[in-house]
Ligand binder design. Structure first.
Ligand code: SF4
Length: 85
């Protein structure tokens, strides 16, 4: 990654942190819903992995980009690698 990309990414991250909590939660829920329903016949995306999280329930992870989706879906500047959200 070149330094300019790192600066752009950091700027997007800072701006996304200023989204109101309610807006952020709505965006996260909509994105996770897409991950859970955008596969064939409305099933979960082929890349959606649900890792065992012990007492915390299942932890969703994207098998395409490798990101943990509870975090990735909260940041406005992040994108699905397949362009679904
Ligand atoms: S982020 Fe995109 S590719 Fe990854 S699991 Fe969700 S819908 Fe699938």
């Amino acid at each position: 990654m070149n330094p300019l990309d790192a600066i752009k990414g950091g700027t997007k991250l800072v701006f996304s942190l200023f989204m109101y909590g309610e807006d952020r939660e709505k965006m996260q829920a909509e994105r996770l819903y897409i991950c859970q329903t955008s596969g064939v016949n409305g099933r979960k995306c082929d890349y959606l992995q649900e890792l065992p999280g012990g007492g915390l329930g299942k932890i969703p992870r994207c098998g395409n980009c490798g990101c943990f989706l509870l975090a990735k879906t909260k940041f406005e500047g992040e994108k699905c690698p397949l362009g679904r959200w």
